[in-house]
Design a protein around this ligand. Structure first.
Ligand code: ADP
Ligand code: GLC
Length: 513
């Protein structure tokens, strides 16, 4: 089975969050099942240097305002990668894949990810060399415009012009035109990792995207009088999946559909959820190279040395008996960091410690820093993105807090389970699907793996933190939950099998050529 996976980030080449982890690990897990995936990625600065055996495969003259090229290479882990090299689009001083250093989106993001999607569509149609995938897997809005290019290329253009007036509220999200099922077009799958990011741009930016009017209209990409790249994927992909079943159910409701619920309901038959896995070769406390003292469920006592080392590193009191909670996260309201700030007194009351690693909203960063200044031996805040430190935090902390208001899947709680760092999570999305609350029944039956709270507010978070502190004080009970958490299967096995079955079904249901 040949698959093209199109993504704006991919571990270990470029990462801002969980999408990179998934885009890097899923193809490797599927590889063991005979699926050959090539990952298409923008050629950001520094990415090509990390690849082995690179060579220029195809010239891409006049690619959205400049000349580009398709470069092939392989990661050290053996993942085949195709880079869209286009210096005018991707070579930037500083910043990340989506934003400049000042936190503002790159002003030409529609071109940067339009070009990625356009190249993806050409590959999908077999127009850039001999290779053609049987299935194209699109990740989030930066890849979703591929569906519009495929739709435009394989269906006769309509004469109808896009509507220019604002549709009535709700109307934009209830117009679905059927995916085109042209014979030369591979099967298509859109994975929605986070519905909050919709790739919305003013309609007057559409011209250089080279799309016919028919796909820009009301039953196309038009979204509340603008254009949404994500909507192209939701409209025209053969199937849409999210990264947990609970999130798939949440996003068809007006409360959590973020404007897309109507359209997602219309596509309800083609919408499912698959919980992410984690890459066991990268996240395993017994073999993790970033971890001072390797440990496992059987050698749990060796975790203590990691806690002491982390406390020293972060300037916290070195105390075995103080429960150490960590957070590794984007610092945003999605992630409920403001709730954590309000719930911190619950930690102080129990003599607990908090270590935060993250970056994001200025206000949240400042508030966290102030907290650390007031309680330097009890609270540590590291602003920035630091992959090795994220591993040391998972290994050294006793618990990880994920108080998200919404969470499509969440990976840090899965790493927490694997590292015996018990998750304290909001009961929402993928967090609800992956953590079993340590209530009396679950403790008695030996199935508890962490702590959940609901409704999602600071009061309930404080209650959950308090429950975690109380259980921590019962050493043996805590260790039983740790062992249970560490031996739960959170690898890619089950999820990769689910993707394999889905790929197979989508490929098999294509019309015969
Ligand atoms: P999201 O993708 O919504 O940010 P996830 O929990 O799915 O949330 O994935 C976050 C990923 O990014 C995890 O691999 C986590 O360890 C990592 N991460 C988040 N913030 C940081 C940071 N400041 N430094 C290092 N890794 C981070
Ligand atoms: C998104 C979501 C997160 C998910 C990740 C990987 O960034 O916010 O919940 O784990 O994608 O699918």
């Amino acid at each position: 089975m040949n698959v093209l996976s199109i993504t704006p980030e991919c571990y270990p080449l470029v990462k801002t969050g969980g999408l990179a982890d998934v885009a890097g690990a899923l193809p490797l897990a599927l590889g063991a099942m005979g699926v050959q995936t090539r990952v298409l990625l923008p050629g950001y600065p520094g990415v090509r240097e990390q690849l082995l055996d690179t060579h220029r495969a195809t010239a891409l003259p006049g690619l959205f305002g400049g000349d580009g090229a398709l470069v092939e290479g392989t990661t050290a882990g053996g993942l085949p990668v195709l880079l869209v090299e286009a210096p005018h689009l991707y070579d930037r001083d500083g910043g990340g894949p989506y934003q400049a250093d000042d936190g503002r989106d790159w002003p030409d993001n529609h071109l940067r990810f339009g070009a990625l999607s356009w190249v993806g569509a050409q590959l999908a149609l077999g127009r850039l060399g001999k290779w053609q995938p049987e299935l194209v897997h699109l990740h989030d809005w930066p890849a979703a415009l591929t569906a519009a290019y495929l739709q435009a290329a394989t269906r006769p253009p309509r004469t109808q012009q896009p509507r220019t007036q604002q549709p009535p509220r709700g109307a934009a999200s209830t117009a679905a035109s059927p995916p085109n099922r042209g014979a030369s077009r591979p099967a298509t799958l859109l994975t929605v990792h986070n519905l909050a990011f919709q790739g919305v741009f003013p309609t007057d930016l559409a011209a250089p995207l080279k799309l016919p009017a028919a796909v820009l209209g009301y039953d196309g990409m038009e979204y509340w009088g603008k254009l949404s790249f994500l909507k192209a994927g939701v409209q025209w992909c053969d199937h849409i999946n999210t990264v947990s079943p609970t999130y798939a159910r949440e996003i068809v409701t007006p409360e959590q559909g973020m404007g897309f619920d109507g359209l997602l309901r219309l596509r309800g038959d083609a919408l499912t959820g698959i919980v992410n896995g984690i890459d066991d070769t990268v996240w395993n406390p017994a073999t993790d190279l970033h971890v001072a003292s390797p440990y496992s469920a059987r050698r749990l006592e060796a975790k203590a040395a990691n806690k002491a080392a982390l406390q020293v590193e972060l300037g916290l009191h070195v105390r075995v008996d103080a429960p150490l909670f960590c957070v590794v996260s984007r610092l945003t309201t999605q992630k409920g960091i403001d709730l954590l700030l309000d719930a911190i007194p619950a930690l102080y009351a129990r003599g607990a410690q908090l270590a935060v690693l993250g970056s994001g909203d200025r206000d949240l960063q400042d508030a966290l820093r102030r907290e650390a200044e007031r309680h330097p031996r009890q609270v540590s805040v590291t602003i920035g993105f630091d992959e090795p430190l994220s591993h040391r935090m998972q290994a050294g902390a006793d618990a990880i807090v994920v108080p998200s208001r919404f969470e499509p899947c969440g990976l840090t709680q899965l790493y927490g389970l694997r590292y015996g760092t018990l998750p304290v999570v909001a009961r929402v999305g993928g967090l609800a699907d992956t953590v079993i609350d340590a209530n009396e029944a679950a403790l008695r039956d030996g199935v508890a793996t962490g702590f959940q709270f609901s409704p999602i507010d600071a009061t309930q978070l404080a209650v959950a933190l308090d429950r975690a502190c109380l259980l921590f004080a019962d050493r043996l009970a805590w260790q039983r939950v740790q062992r249970r958490a560490m031996t739960r299967d959170v690898g890619w096995g089950t999820a990769a099998l689910a993707y394999f079955d889905l790929y197979r079904r989508l490929i098999d249901s294509r019309p015969p050529t």
